[in-house]
Design a protein around this ligand. Structure first.
Ligand code: COA
Length: 161
């Protein structure tokens, strides 16, 4: 069984992430979407809120082989604990590559078994980011093209606070 982990901040989850989840779920027997900590980035949504939005996404979209989890430590420690095979990351543009390449190499150094698979984002999502959604939402803009309708209200209300 091939187990893959898709880590990220998901602060909040967007259509861009969902597209990667959907494609990765078809490639592996099981996919864990992991709410992880990037210590260099402050989050706007609590871990519980991010987990809740991801769990709802998985349920509504019918991703049967996808689990949602969170971990506060090193991704590679979680990877080893779960005896995973692959780390999945999305690439939106060439500008993502250097950072992603560095993380993939560092993770492989810490665990030689850890392969990172990069999925190229669909072109309509290449300019998406959680920060874009947050900025639009904070100023009362319409975020319906960025996040699914079932979590839109929650995100919009939270960002207006
Ligand atoms: N569609 C839309 N947006 C996308 C996207 C996609 N396919 N892929 C990435 N993004 C956006 C995210 O929304 C995020 O936007 P933001 O910066 O505005 O919040 C941005 O791109 C970065 O993506 P994210 O997946 O959140 O990466 P990150 O750089 O914040 O975090 C972790 C990377 C959490 C996976 C990494 O820090 C980690 O592994 N942490 C655990 C600790 C660890 O092991 N560190 C050592 C790593 S070598």
């Amino acid at each position: 069984m091939k187990l893959a982990i898709y880590p990220g901040s998901f602060d909040p989850v967007t259509f861009g992430h969902i597209e990667i989840i959907s494609r990765a779920a078809k490639m592996f027997d099981k996919l864990i979407v992991l709410v992880s900590v990037n210590p260099l980035k402050p989050n706007s949504f609590t871990r519980e809120e991010r987990l809740e939005m991801l769990s709802e996404t998985v349920q509504v979209e019918g991703f049967d082989n996808v689990e949602v989890d969170s971990y506060d430590g090193l991704l590679i420690d979680y990877f080893k604990q779960r005896d995973a095979d692959v780390i999945v990351r999305g690439l939106r543009a060439v500008s993502d590559f250097e950072y992603e390449f560095q993380m993939a190499q560092a993770n492989r150094k810490l665990c030689p078994k850890a392969e990172t698979v990069f999925l190229a984002s669909k072109s309509e999502y290449t300019y998406f980011s959680s920060s874009v959604v947050k900025q639009i939402g904070m100023f009362g803009g319409d975020i319906k093209d960025f996040v699914p309708e079932y979590i839109l209200g929650r995100i919009a209300n939270r960002l207006k606070k």
